[in-house]
Write a protein that binds this ligand. Structure first.
Ligand code: URA
Length: 236
């Protein structure tokens, strides 16, 4: 939003009066005087008119070690949700950037910054997401080739982006995918005649699940982790 519109929306001043106030140097954005009425401001920056603070909403970014059994939803009549693991004052603010199934565990990212979380999940950004997978049947030697070629999904009528499978044991692999379609990994294994027994997300782009977090614990993302998503989306 442009600064003059922000001032007129959040004070009794008209748009024209707002432009004059800005041009006369009475408005600061993040502590810096801004005299250009067309300056773009986002929803999280501190904006002052003289001494009055008109807006300040901190941007929030967290990683949660999601335990199995919790639903990736804000509320649900039947199941416990991941939001219930957060302090009550944070629950109404946060949304999930890239869900996990109730039976899956691992890295879940929550934020109140919608444009940042879109960059995290947008298929065209092709952010790699890595999972530790265990299966019901032995992982065949063809599975890696089939996943690298892409699996056709009948519901969406599309082929998944090439995925990278690293075999760790007969029933165990590390799988990297570049989208996050509904039940994607379960459906990919189903397509090759196998079945997922457990699924644990280890990383999203450069953000890795912190090994210090026990299931159910969360911590704020670091500035470098937050910036890594912006870097990934500008280079895509
Ligand atoms: N793919 C799945 O099938 N489930 C998940 O939770 C994540 C990816």
């Amino acid at each position: 939003m442009k600064l003059d519109r922000f001032i007129s929306n959040n004070t009794p001043h008209s748009r024209q009066a707002a432009r004059l106030l800005i041009a006369s140097g009475r408005v600061t954005v993040a502590g810096e005087r801004v005299c250009d009425p067309r300056f773009e401001v986002d929803q999280f920056v501190a904006i002052n008119l003289d001494e009055a603070l008109l807006q300040y909403r901190p941007a929030l970014f967290f990683m949660l070690h999601k335990p199995v059994g919790y639903l990736s939803a804000t509320s649900d009549p039947e199941h416990a949700t991941v939001l219930e693991l957060f302090a009550p004052e944070l629950r109404d603010e946060l949304h999930i950037g890239g869900r996990l199934d109730r039976s899956s565990s691992g890295l879940l990212i929550l934020t109140n910054d919608g444009s940042w979380s879109r960059r995290l999940t947008e298929p065209k950004v092709k952010l790699p997401k890595t999972y530790h997978v265990t299966t019901l049947r032995p992982i065949s030697s063809e599975t890696a080739e089939r996943f690298a070629a892409g699996i056709y999904m009948t519901t969406e009528q599309l082929t998944t982006s090439p995925a990278k499978l690293e075999q760790l044991a007969e029933y165990e692999c590390r799988l990297t995918i570049y989208e996050g379609r509904y039940h994607q990994i379960k459906r990919m294994f189903h397509a090759v005649g196998n079945q997922v027994v457990s699924l644990h997300r280890e990383s999203m782009g450069a953000i890795q699940l912190d090994p210090a977090l026990a299931p159910g614990q969360y911590r704020a993302l670091t500035a470098a982790e937050i910036a890594s998503v912006d870097q990934a989306s500008t280079s895509s």
